[in-house]
Design a protein around this ligand. Structure first.
Ligand SMILES: [Zn+2]
Length: 194
């Protein structure tokens, strides 16, 4: 096994990035830049933040991915061979990138992706725990779309889903503490976290 030490300095401003032991994506608490762990160091990625909904406040921040993609859902076939209409369009997905149970991840990603979100400056605060890479995020987006298609009231047997990513950013997501759980300050969704 090869080990090499990677310098976790922000590729934009040079400040040391705070990181958890398994973190692979980062937001600089000094300048707000995003970065992912590459083969030789940190690679800069565009970054943004979602702002808390009115009446909610950011007590802590966790990282996620904001992915814009063109989605085509076609060749929807039922068990009896009936073909039902698909759809296509550009969609914005907000996928939490910190460790969550699949059920919570699905719930929160669904709520965040359909919320009319307000973006703002990346907070000058720690935003740790990013462990989901972009490739796995795209796999999860497929899972999310598949889940939505399956819950439509027909007898879906097979479907073709194509996802063409247009852009991606690391996004800081605001949360409130809620009795040992995390409440999303954008959508109000409560998840187990930590
Ligand atoms: Zn920086």
């Amino acid at each position: 096994m090869d080990f090499h030490l990677v310098n976790l300095d922000c590729p934009a401003c040079g400040s040391a990035m705070a990181a958890g032991p398994n973190d692979i994506l980062f937001l600089c608490a000094h300048c707000g830049s995003g970065a992912v762990l590459g083969d030789t160091g940190l690679d800069k990625v565009d970054s943004t933040a979602l702002m808390p909904a009115p009446g909610r406040r950011a007590m802590l921040w966790r990282p996620g991915w904001s992915v814009e993609a063109d989605v085509v859902v076609d060749d929807r076939r039922g068990f009896k061979g009936r073909v039902t209409p698909g759809w296509s369009g550009r969609r914005q997905f907000i996928i939490p990138a910190f460790p969550l149970a699949l059920e919570d991840l699905t719930l929160l990603a669904g709520a965040l992706s359909s919320a009319a979100d307000t973006t703002g400056e990346v907070p000058k605060e720690p935003c740790l725990g990013g462990t989901l890479d972009l490739a796995d995020t795209l796999v999860f987006i497929r899972y999310l779309i598949m889940g939505t298609e399956i819950t439509k009231p027909d007898d879906l047997a097979s479907v073709n889903i194509e996802i063409s990513p247009i852009s991606h950013r690391i996004v800081a997501l605001p949360f409130e503490h809620a009795d040992g759980r995390l409440r999303c300050a954008v959508t109000g969704t409560v998840v187990r976290g930590e």
